[in-house]
Write a protein that binds this ligand. Structure first.
Ligand code: CP
Length: 322
């Protein structure tokens, strides 16, 4: 991981409000809870039919996605539109990036047109922080996923989903994260947020080949036996196998992976009876999770997606109202 990928200080002003949202690592508990509370309130406002469109009227948000996305990009678009911002859905494949224009020059040109906020997804760890360091004084950057490093709004929406189901006190919760932790920016953001919120026990289960080489899982209970690690958990957070970031041979076969690390109903019965199941999507059905679990009564997967809009509204409001 690059040094810039880990710099959490760049995202906070001296008064504790957000300047950018780049990472959940090091984000103070007060800031994290403020965003979760705001997202919950926005959900309630939306359900009560309260008009939100004046809140970001006159501001302009650009989604600059250098990697594919369905949930994150669409949720940011909807969130910005519901708050009344102008939304520029930048189409990289038809842009001058194809003529060699750099991402920084692209950003500077869009800034010159009056874009206030860039939602950026990039393949390299630290790429969004690097752009933030060079952006204009009034431009805000939101990391929509950078390499294996962080996916802060996914971490926030996962915490909001857990809070809605299990309450705000995480100290008695046991949360199990399963799968491709090595390549997962979602896992890194979730673990950072769970630690900050005082989660009682964080378990991580994966084959050795899909665990990070570094000691970044310090404080987590790490193991390889999914059946054993499921015993008594309150929540299971499944991860997608990131085959696009994987060298060959890390997983012997998809069938073998499901046999050892896939979540089906029989396995899930080892968790607490009221345990909930999360997955950031996209799901590889039959690889990480069975249909009966993904679509079953303990699944919060679509609640996560729904919360994603509220969380992105809360983040943009905090960043753009300053
Ligand atoms: N969870 C998530 O980031 O999904 P997308 O890649 O579809 O945005």
């Amino acid at each position: 991981m690059t040094a810039s990928a880990t710099s959490s200080g760049a995202q906070l002003r001296s008064d504790g409000t957000l300047r950018h949202l780049l990472t959940l690592e090091g984000l103070p508990r007060a800031a994290l809870e403020r965003l979760l509370d705001a997202a919950q309130a926005l959900r309630t406002d939306a359900l009560n039919g309260i008009a939100l469109r004046a809140r970001l009227a006159g501001r302009a948000v650009c989604a600059l996605f250098l990697e594919p996305s369905t949930r994150t990009r669409s949720a940011f678009h909807l969130a910005a539109a519901r708050l009344g911002a102008d939304v520029l859905n930048f189409d990289l494949s038809h842009s001058s990036a194809g003529k060699g224009e750099t991402t920084l020059d692209t950003l500077r040109n869009l800034e010159a047109m009056g874009v206030d906020c860039f939602v950026v997804r990039a393949g390299e760890d630290g790429a969004v922080a690097a752009l933030a360091a060079q952006a204009g004084a009034n431009t805000v950057l939101i990391n929509a996923g950078d390499g294996r490093h962080q996916h802060p709004t996914q971490g926030l929406l996962d915490m909001l989903t857990l809070r809605q189901s299990k309450g705000v006190d995480f100290s008695k919760l046991t949360v199990l994260i399963v799968g491709d932790v090595r390549h997962s920016r979602v896992a890194r953001s979730d673990i950072a947020a769970l630690r900050t919120l005082g989660c009682g026990e964080i378990r991580v289960c994966a084959p050795q080949s899909l665990l990070p080489d570094t000691n970044e899982l310090h404080g987590c209970d790490v193991g390889h036996d999914l059946d054993a690690m499921l015993e008594g958990v309150d929540a299971v957070m499944m991860l997608r196998l990131q085959r696009e970031r994987m060298e060959e041979g890390l997983v012997p076969s998809l069938e073998g992976y499901f046999r050892e690390y896939g979540l089906d109903a029989a396995r899930l019965s080892r968790a607490k009876p009221d345990a909930v199941v999360l997955h950031p999507g996209p799901i590889n059905r039959g690889v990480e999770i069975s249909d009966e679990v993904a679509d079953g009564p303990q699944s919060l997967i679509l609640a996560q997606v729904s919360n994603g809009v509220a969380v992105r509204m809360a983040v943009m409001l905090e960043l753009l109202r300053a």
